[in-house]
Design a protein around this ligand. Structure first.
Ligand code: DAK
Length: 265
């Protein structure tokens, strides 16, 4: 955790690395638990720095070696009444929407606990990579509450009714392999999820930026619409790709047997 110019605590770090960026939630002593400072700090970064010209992908991770994020900050929530709880939930849901609306994909790198709000934050990302120590869960029922950061909605869309019920009603934790099998995570990796996520972000950065944006939009559409509307959206986005310089370059490069030089136009 560092001190910003105005004296407030900076609980989220942002590192630009050329075409990619790494956002790190930085409260390791509290296992990166989400309080209002984290929610607002991260949302602010997502709405500004994630829109930078030339940025192609963001990796989201947690500081320390124990947790991605161990949930909403229980100490802060302890005294909440319904009005504060709703305001807190609104902040968190707005962060999830800001990530989904960002122009570039987000990869959550989970090398430890991703519980409650932490699992929900990871699910707001486009992909989740899980290392050997990853533990996912929605343990809110242990505390007498339910997931409030979009968990009941995004979890069902990822894993379906049966597994979402199991996780939300028992509060049990699952490891990387089960998370991938159930559709919650994209990849289980042997080594560091952060390293694997950085590598994937760099791979994404080398692709056609417009195509990445369109593919992402089409896949989001699938979660929110019936098949017919989803296919219509895919058709339009596919057609739109043919109005871009990236499509001309990508196909010319293939035919000319050379690497493509995408410009994002
Ligand atoms: N909040 C605050 N501090 C936390 C924390 C959390 N979620 N999780 C861990 N910590 C703190 C611990 O208090 C401890 O602090 P100190 O005692 O050292 O000061 C430090 O992090 C290290 O934790 P432990 O000593 O407990 O470490 P262990 O390795 O023994 O255990 C653990 C790790 C992750 C299994 C354990 O810490 C744990 O069970 N943590 C809580 C996990 C959890 O229940 N997460 C879900 C939180 S509830 C809603 C809005 C939001 C939500 C719901 C509704 N609405 C408005 C409707 C969201 C809810 C949640 O996310």
């Amino acid at each position: 955790m560092s001190q910003s110019k105005d004296g407030s605590q900076t609980v989220v770090q942002w590192e630009d690395r050329g075409a990619i960026a790494i956002a790190t939630i930085d409260r390791p002593k509290a296992l990166n638990a989400l309080n209002l400072d984290v929610l607002r700090g991260l949302k602010d970064l997502v709405e500004t720095k994630a829109h930078r010209e030339g940025l192609r992908a963001v990796v989201l991770t947690g500081a320390g070696d124990k947790a991605f994020v161990a949930g909403a900050d229980i100490v802060a929530m302890q005294e909440y009444g319904p009005a504060e709880a709703e305001a807190f939930s609104l902040e968190a849901q707005a962060l999830g929407e800001a990530i989904e609306r960002a122009p570039v994909p987000f990869i959550a790198a989970v090398d430890g606990f991703a519980l409650g709000g932490g699992c929900e934050l990871a699910m707001a990302c486009d992909m989740i990579f899980a290392g050997p120590k990853a533990k996912f869960g929605q343990p809110e029922v242990n505390l007498g509450v339910i997931p409030g950061f979009g968990g009941t909605q995004r979890l069902v869309r990822r894993v379906g009714h049966a597994i979402a019920m199991d996780l939300c009603l028992t509060g049990r934790m699952i490891g990387a392999e089960e998370a991938v099998r159930s559709g919650l995570a994209s990849r289980a990796v042997d080594g560091s999820a952060l390293d694997a996520a950085i590598e994937a972000a760099e791979q994404i950065a080398a692709k056609g930026p417009v195509a990445i944006r369109m593919a992402r939009r089409a896949i989001h559409e699938a979660a929110d619409s019936d098949l017919r509307s989803g296919l219509a959206a895919e058709r339009s986005l596919f057609a739109l790709c043919f109005a871009t310089a990236d499509q001309k370059e990508g196909m010319a490069a293939f035919v000319g047997r050379r690497p493509a030089q995408f410009t994002g136009r």
